[in-house]
Design a protein around this ligand. Structure first.
Ligand code: AP5
Ligand code: MG
Length: 213
């Protein structure tokens, strides 16, 4: 099963993608996580991506597409995957479709986690992320068992650089302009499914599993 998660920054794509990956036994692929891992390791790709991410801008398609296509060509992706944060532009979606078409494959569902902008601002300020395993927490809604420490891998939790309020505003603008058109794109293909992302994360997950089967 091949799934795309759509939704504004902070809508809960990562939270749900992680749960989907566990339940269906497919890899969770987040381009944001891949970039952050590269930044942490000081790679050339990481340095280049950081310039854009810190401003809340999208990393150019040329960089992003290659990384994603390499990743989904991995052996662990044969049984499917859940994409979180890719595609984010129409050209990215078209490249992915074409690559899949070439191997006689396609995306099964594009799940849009729908959350209004007002709710997003609050979520981002409270989010804490683990740079070790990519797990995300929220100071109020999803606190870790031990303050500041990841439940899964024991590493320190941080406020992402791009979760500062001024950057969040930019990310939302970029989302509306460049990413939201993907909703109509997948609707036309007949694979768009929308869930109410303002509900409790367990209820959001239930709505998603009802769709995926
Ligand atoms: P990326 O890492 O993908 O960030 P994003 O899309 O901005 O999304 P987030 O990770 O911020 O939010 P999320 O929807 O995953 O929400 P989460 O589950 O964490 O990308 C970062 C940057 O990398 C981009 O800005 C861009 O520069 C670059 N990039 C990445 N991919 C790219 C691409 N394809 N092309 C170009 N550039 C790219 O949840 C948010 C918070 O809410 C958490 O604290 C969580 O605990 C909490 N929460 C989750 N669900 C609920 C709920 N139901 N109720 C209450 N709280 C909840
Ligand atoms: Mg995420």
């Amino acid at each position: 099963m091949k799934i795309i998660m759509l939704g504004a920054p902070g809508a809960g794509k990562g939270t749900q993608a992680k749960m989907i990956a566990e339940k269906y036994g497919v890899p969770h692929i987040s381009t944001g996580d891949i970039f952050r891992a590269n930044i942490k390791n000081g790679t050339e790709l990481g340095m280049e991506a950081k310039k854009y991410m810190d401003q809340g801008l999208l990393v150019p398609d040329e960089l992003t597409v290659k990384i994603l296509l390499d990743r989904v060509a991995g052996d662990d992706c044969k049984g499917g995957y859940v994409l979180d944060g890719f595609p984010r532009t129409i050209p990215q979606a078209e490249v992915l479709d074409k690559a899949l078409e070439e191997i006689g494959d396609k995306i099964d569902f594009a799940v849009d986690v729908d959350v209004p902008d007002e709710n997003i601002i609050n979520r981002m300020g409270g989010r804490r992320a683990c740079l070790g395993c990519g797990a995300t927490y929220h100071l109020e809604h999803v606190p870790p068992k031990k303050e500041g420490i990841c439940d899964t891998c024991g590493r320190e939790l941080v406020l992402r650089d791009d979760d500062r309020p001024e950057t969040v505003k930019n990310r939302l603008e970029v989302y509306h302009k460049q990413t939201q058109p993907l909703i109509a794109f997948y609707q036309q293909k007949g694979i768009l499914k929308t869930v109410d992302g303002t509900a409790d994360r367990k209820d959001v997950f239930q709505a998603i599993t009802a769709i995926l089967g």
